[in-house]
Design a protein around this ligand. Structure first.
Ligand SMILES: NC(=O)c1ccc[n+]([C@@H]2O[C@H](COP(=O)([O-])OP(=O)(O)OC[C@H]3O[C@@H](n4cnc5c(N)ncnc54)[C@H](OP(=O)(O)O)[C@@H]3O)[C@@H](O)[C@H]2O)c1
Length: 327
């Protein structure tokens, strides 16, 4: 099969190759998926780049955890009706060597989830990380109905979905962006208030919008960058729900967190308990079936240009998801 792969970490252009690998065969309880679209996420890029805590866990890695396609072969014990099913994948390259940047991937059957009718493979390749992270982040502290949320980075792949989910649940949504173009993108997703964090005083704007009370929750994309801001924008006993950080170390102002009884909740979407994952999958499918969820596929590349696809994500310049399409 054709696949993108690397045998050492480093810059995409130096280590990523596209070539022939042996087509994998499904073992007991596994399915083989003929991949049509492979989603590229920041974590895929960070793993390939390497660095502290990111070493090669396998001699050869096919990148990307998210993907979508059709089941073309079943392992022993998998119910026959799954043959030909359209599916999306999760954690294909999390703790495993062979991800979705290939014509085929073999996975335990639970990691290939039926794709709702009418949902394209390109969108299917954005579910396992961006949409699921957004849903989990918005709902981790309970339904968002009646809550006021500050979603940091509302034009990001996760942030853009998070705005839509929070609005559907009945929250008031404030969000931060860094340009007029990103502001329009976040507004189109339904944000009630958009704040340009590069040009405006975020704490002042949040106090003004919330009549001095602050927001109930912050959904944080860059904890290192915004740790000092959280106690300034949160209401007393508010929570900062953290899924990302631009730096590996975070410094916190202790007293503002202490005096405001601020709670911090970290979460990682790759390690959900099974019951939580099943509930999230059902919620995602309901969102997709509602039909009017906005998706933001910023760029598409053929498999042969996986290097360019990874570089696009790495640049931080794309507004939305990057997908590798596999003909
Ligand atoms: N915990 C998990 O399970 C999990 C799951 C998915 C993703 N992540 C992590 O979450 C991060 C975002 O992922 P993504 O796919 O949404 O990436 P993305 O599409 O690149 O979006 C990131 C967004 O955050 C904005 N941003 C960056 N620094 C900011 C800051 N200090 N304040 C406000 N906004 C800021 C960026 O725009 P500007 O730079 O223009 O502001 C961009 O719009 C990545 O670090 C990723 O590894 C974690």
């Amino acid at each position: 099969m054709r696949a993108a792969y690397y045998e050492n970490t480093g810059p995409a252009r130096e280590v990523l190759r596209v070539g022939e690998l042996e087509t994998p065969e499904p073992g007991p309880g596994e399915v083989r998926v003929r991949i049509r679209a492979s989603g590229v996420n920041p974590s895929d890029v960070k793993s390939r780049r390497g660095g502290p805590g990111r070493v090669m866990a396998f001699p050869l890695i096919v990148p990307h955890s998210d993907g979508a396609g059709e089941i073309d072969k079943l392992g022993e014990g998998v119910e026959g009706g799954r043959l030909g099913e359209r599916v999306w994948t999760w954690n294909a390259q999390f703790g495993r060597a062979l991800g979705t940047a290939a014509e085929y991937v073999v996975l335990p059957e639970a990691q290939a989830v039926g794709l709702p009718e009418g949902t394209g493979f390109d969108i299917g390749a954005c579910l396992g990380i961006p949409l699921l992270t957004a849903y989990r982040g918005v709902t981790l502290e309970g339904p968002a109905a009646g809550q006021t949320l500050l979603i940091a980075g509302g034009a990001g792949a996760v942030g853009h979905y998070a705005i839509q989910i929070a609005k559907r649940q009945g929250a008031t949504v404030l969000t931060t962006v860094s340009s007029a173009e990103k502001a329009a993108h976040a507004e189109a997703a339904g944000a009630d208030h958009v704040i340009d964090y590069k040009r405006e005083d975020v704490a002042e704007r949040v106090r003004e919008i919330t009549d001095g009370r602050g927001v109930d929750r912050v959904l944080e994309v860059d904890f290192a960058g915004n740790a000092a801001l959280a106690p300034q924008v949160l209401a007393h006993r508010g929570t900062v729900v953290v899924y990302g950080s631009n730096e590996p170390e975070v410094t916190l102002p202790f007293l503002p967190y202490l005096y405001n009884d601020i709670a911090i909740r970290f979460y990682i979407v790759y390690r959900l308990d099974e019951a939580v994952r099943r509930a999230c999958e059902a919620a995602l499918h309901e969102l997709l079936e509602s039909g009017n969820l906005l998706h933001a596929i910023a760029a598409r590349y053929p498999l042969a240009e996986t290097v360019a696809a990874q570089e696009a994500v790495e640049s931080g310049q794309v507004m939305g998801n990057v997908v590798v399409e596999i003909a």
